[in-house]
Ligand binder design. Structure first.
Ligand SMILES: Cc1cc2nc3c(=O)[nH]c(=O)nc-3n(C[C@H](O)[C@H](O)[C@H](O)COP(=O)(O)OP(=O)(O)OC[C@H]3O[C@@H](n4cnc5c(N)ncnc54)[C@H](O)[C@@H]3O)c2cc1C
Length: 285
């Protein structure tokens, strides 16, 4: 869709160029969401791709994902030694049912900033205990846990002029085992629930519940909980919502089932080193 009120698209090459951002001049990443609806309040866009941020950088501390990294780039990232959680990157991308055209333009940052409950990059980054780096409009930097970035259905912590710069996944989370489940009302429909469980090398278990709740919510345990405890804790979560992609009570119920499936998957012994188990697809419709 043409954005008929946009008079200029400015390529950003330095952080100073981002000073052009405002309530009516917003960042352009892949454009797959921005160009999906009329946005008559907009007068301009600032293109982030021209910043030239490297999409994926392996660091001694883990993995840095540029906000402009596309889903296609993330999904085909090669594994590093010891990255047991690696299959979860591709699996989470599959929760966005766009064609290859969408995967090649939609960015990790754009998905977080769109802040739909079904945002698979929201689930992925929260599940891996990632932290996000925000470039505030006043020139300061702010670090936040990824799980706190989205505040509600299409709302987040950004103010006009702010930019999500990058997402940082700690090395420890990359060595964990991870289980993924997603369900939608129709085979090509938007996710009704997306859950990722992470079993750390010290036995701690984290379940991240998204899609069914307006913002990501997490359950943390020092070890894998028993089925009854997990079911009760999921049922007690709040934030379930109803829209065209599922009713709140259905989302709560299927999240309980999918959470238990993840618990059972991670309760199984790990595959021997060097022979990772085939990742479970985890998609339902
Ligand atoms: C066919 C199709 C299927 C889709 N399926 C799903 C789905 O299953 N789940 C889901 O969550 N979404 C889905 N979407 C919407 C999806 O969120 C976006 O398409 C995609 O993730 C947006 O990324 P983008 O890079 O194209 O962002 P853009 O469209 O460029 O930007 C989206 C918004 O984020 C802002 N923005 C982008 N990057 C930054 C940044 N670094 N800092 C600050 N603000 C920024 C933009 O100003 C804009 O407001 C789908 C879209 C399509 C077209």
């Amino acid at each position: 869709m043409d954005l008929t009120t946009v008079a200029a698209i400015t390529p950003a090459r330095t952080r100073d160029d981002l000073a052009a951002l405002s309530a009516t001049v917003v960042p352009l990443a892949g454009g797959s969401e921005l160009y999906a609806d009329p946005r008559i309040h907009l007068t301009g866009l600032v293109d982030l791709h021209t910043m030239g941020w490297p999409a994926l950088t392996v660091t001694p501390d883990g993995l840095e994902i540029a906000a402009t990294c596309t889903l296609a780039e993330l999904s085909r990232m090669p594994a590093e030694p010891g990255w047991v959680a690696h299959p979860i990157f591709h699996l989470a991308c599959t929760a966005l049912f766009g064609s290859f055209k969408i995967w090649n333009v939609a960015t990790v940052g754009g998905n977080l900033c769109t802040s739909l409950p079904a945002g698979p990059m929201i689930c992925l980054t929260a599940a891996l205990d990632a932290r996000v780096l925000i470039w505030r409009a006043d020139g300061t930097d702010e670090w936040l846990p990824a799980v706190d970035f989205v505040t509600g259905n299409t709302t987040n912590v950004l103010a006009p002029g702010d930019v999500l710069r990058s997402i940082h996944v700690p090395a420890a989370a990359l060595t964990a085992r991870a289980g993924y489940r997603k369900i939608a009302l129709s085979p090509l429909g938007r996710s009704g629930a997306v859950l990722i469980g992470r079993l750390d090398t010290d036995g701690a278990f984290v379940l991240t519940v998204t899609g069914g709740t307006v913002r990501p919510v997490q359950l943390r345990y020092p070890e894998l909980p028993d089925p009854a405890t997990l079911a009760a804790d999921i049922a007690r979560l709040d934030g379930w919502f109803t829209d065209a992609h599922g009713a709140a009570d259905w989302r709560r119920a299927v999240s309980g089932l999918l959470g238990e499936e993840i618990r059972q998957e991670l309760a199984e012994p790990a595959a021997p080193t060097g022979a990772p188990a085939a990742p479970q697809d985890g998609t339902r419709a």
